[in-house]
Design a protein around this ligand. Sequence first.
Ligand code: FAQ
Length: 337
Amino acid sequence: MATAAAQPTARGQAYGGAQDDAGDTTAYQRVFDAAVAADERIEPRDWMPDAYRATLVRQIAQHAHSEIIGMQPEANWITRAPSLRRKAILMAKVQDEAGHGLYLYSAAETLGTSRDELLDKLHAGRQKYSSIFNYPTLTWADVGAIGWLVDGAAITNQVPLCRCSYGPYARAMVRICKEESFHQRQGYELLLALSKGTPEQHAMAQDAVNRWWWPSLMMFGPPDDESQHSAQSMAWKIKRHSNDELRQRFVDICVPQAESLGLTLPDPDLRWNEERGHYDFGPIDWTEFWEVLKGNGPCNEQRIEQRRRAHEEGAWVREAAAAYADKHAGGNGEARA
Ligand code: FAQ
């Protein structure tokens, strides 16, 4: 934060959204470009190009929506967790995801978009959430597979976001990544217990990995040559690596972990490539990915419907919180006392 911390307000006050005497934004753009090139953080009050702001709102909103929609598949198993210990762990994890949503909606608010506005867009189907959460959790082992693979993919994607050029997003990611890594460990430990359990438990763990492997690879987004936003987002240092680079990193991490778990990854083409120093893997079904994004995944309708219902049922909580805040802000005698 050294120079970055000293600069934001100055950059914001000197250049904040206004135009220079020549009536263009060239001077502000230069300051912004220099800050990004120097790996300084862009802060809320700094001038930033409209497209940079819009890209951040799009990505952070999708990310926040993914966290809260992502509570649903696992919450499905809270009442059926096989022991008190597993239930307590799962409840804590699902609560963490809600917290991640809150940090991210707050980060989006610093860009001038309210949480209400973003939620309205999610409920109207005008903003996306991660494709992965449109798949069902059919057995208890799916909770382990989500922790190991989905949280594992999320960490691989999100650790570089801790170095994102936009300060509030980068800082939110630090805490989120710490919590995600705990989530990943719990999933791995759960799958290990099943894998080393009875033959039926082992088969259940294998079945879950078979179903979650390919959708987890899709979480990283389309291949680089079809990724419309990557080049610009990387130039702005919002993204630090391409979709394919991160997907490859994830595969390389998972293969030895699957071996330790005693489980097989469902890809006959998976093999070490000495020359590349990476694992080769088979083709991803991108038709399935785009269909899920269009709303045709197994659970798209159910997820959005449940989200809308939860929002409606929570209206009284929002009203009560607003009334409470009003009472305090209005200097009500009782509150002062
Ligand atoms: N699902 O040009 P690109 C989690 C869209 S959090 C849906 O490559 P970009 C924690 C993309 O938006 C998981 N849509 O886009 C957890 C764009 O459409 P648009 C969420 C996808 O932004 C664990 C179009 O395709 N993580 O799991 C997906 O440069 C367990 C073209 O794509 C984040 O959001 C997808 N998988 O790269 C919670 C991380 N992939 O917007 C509960 C932050 C792509 O033009 C339980 N986000 N699209 O309409 C990112 O890093 C990036 O946004 C990418 C996509 C990498 C997801």
